[in-house]
Design a protein. Sequence first.
Length: 212
Amino acid sequence: MRLLSVRLIVSLIVGITLVSLFSSYYEVLAEKRNLRHDLERRAEVLGDSLSNNVERVWERDSSRDMQRIVQRFGNREHLIGIAVYDLTNKLIAATPDLAAKLGAPPSTLAQTMEKDHGISSFLHMGSTPVEIYTFPVHRDDKVVGGLVIVHDASYIRDQSLRTWRESFLRVLVQVLVISLITLLIVRWSITGPIARAATPDCRAESTRRARV
């Protein structure tokens, strides 16, 4: 009977753990996808707003004004920096932090200027996960350059790890509670009645032996 209880509890633990892990996995994936989509949306809005200002300054061909614009827009949440390039991939202006980290322009910049639409990509800059959004710059309805907007995406990884930790603690509590409840049910519903049923038989056998 004790072996039956152990097998039942172990089976429940394994089943609950597997179901909870699969559920947590899809929960983390959905949360990661939503956070990425939100970051891409913010980068797109920033690129659209910034490009209008850059295009106005581009006509005056003032690198000082261009630098002032990117620095003014470069203090957003999770934003590493902004850079502006021309059609030859020459750097026109950039926030100081990004100029030191970026080096060569991202490969998506050429695609953005060629296809004339924004492109988002997630990759690593050193050990830091980042989202790079490239956006075309126009002059007289022609593409004359591109914007590079780089966001720090490490908070998405941190949030995913935090969700995994919370899921693990939740699974642990569920396993402990269900195991305890199962043990009590086994004792009350199976072990207890069997023991009570066996007690009169044992007494009767003892009485019979005493008479003999």
